[in-house]
Design a protein around this ligand. Sequence first.
Ligand SMILES: Cc1ncc(COP(=O)(O)O)c(C=O)c1O
Length: 453
Amino acid sequence: MSSDLQAKDRQYLWHPYTQMHDYATRELPCIDRAEGLFLYDRSGKPYYDTISSWWCIVHGHNHPTIMGAIRDQLARLDQVLLAGITHEPAILLAEQLVQRTPPALSKVFYSDNGSTACEIAVKLSVQYWRQNGRPERTKMVGLTRGYHGDTIGTMSLGGVPEFHQAFSGMLFDSYRLPSPYCYRCPDGREQATCNCECLAAYETLLAEHGREIAALIIEPLIQAAGGMIIYPAKYLARIAAMTRARGVHLILDEVATGFGRTGTFFALEQAGVSPDFLCLSKGLTGGVLPMAATLTTDEIYQGFYGEYSAGKTFFHGHTFTGNPLAAAAALGSLRVFAEGETMAGLPAKIEHLRQRLARFADLPWVGEVRQLGLIAALELVKEKAGKVPFAPEERVGWPIYLKGLEEGLLLRPLGNVVYLWLPLSVTMAAIDEISERMWRILADPTNIAGMGR
Ligand SMILES: Cc1ncc(COP(=O)(O)O)c(C=O)c1O
């Protein structure tokens, strides 16, 4: 970056999830353009976008179909409110989302980021119960190590102390279930043979407080921000069935997992579950413009439908709800899925990734290699036999991030977990190249906190 821009960055910008002190004497990579799998800095150096720019890019950067859809839309209608107004891209996108999701989901409520998609589900659930004869159903259930966003409401449902603890005094009261963190199973069971014994806590909670619970919110198959904790489909199927059996709403937060990343179009397909609310964002527009959608059922919709005087209106909306440019981008992304071989090509890529990851398990500081579709996670440990974690102060991810930049990889380890969140357009050759560069970083003890010194 030119020293002028760098100085202005330091003077004016406060970056998200960033300790700015880290960059007091170090330059932030300044990305100038992006194409396909690569980000390019101002000197022209390419970096593999191995985390899909915070898990959203689906078909690679600058995809011509999506760019064309946005340009066409820009020439017609840039922005208009969606309250009491409608427009073609919002309508057509809603139709396609309903067609692509489980049959029970029939209505789409738009917003503009993943946190609000989840907040909307929570508010719809609570208001539904209030005006449909069960006003005592106000409590929510979330999971330890769950993450649904950074707003006050979604933090109240999350379970990542690193992010949420500072605000504990102001968050609303909700229940937490244990994380299905199989690598660190408190019952000492193996994923393949367990019977989801960890769900006993939910059974107890439902028995004791089920009548006051409005909804359970869960990230299907992977607790992403909580540490890339991948759990079995049988757990999701079981927790969904338990939720349903008690008449509690099920909110599936597919903000991160939606649109192919896990190997199926939606992660819920792998467990055969259908929620009352489905939250989508990130990959919805192919990851290029902010947009979110909360899908729900006709039963919920009817619970709000009636004469205005009945007081059942859902008073919620955001300025950019259903923004036409974002909706056009989403339609463009869905067209890429419909016209190409994106989903059909995934199994071979996923298998190739699995093979390339296998050798990492032999490294003495890799406790577990996890994979779900094109998401891969390596949990680093200080001592393998005892699964001893690195302490947060050791910041094991930091040198790996820095080495990644040198190697032309944008890696952003989450605590002790180094992960890949690859675009669906990744090629076999790119998987080889990314895993080889990652191997060079992770196999070198001098890059692992305390190991090579
Ligand atoms: C599962 C999940 N839900 C919600 C969110 C929040 O989305 P946003 O950052 O767009 O508010 C995220 C973001 O990482 C997420 O992973």
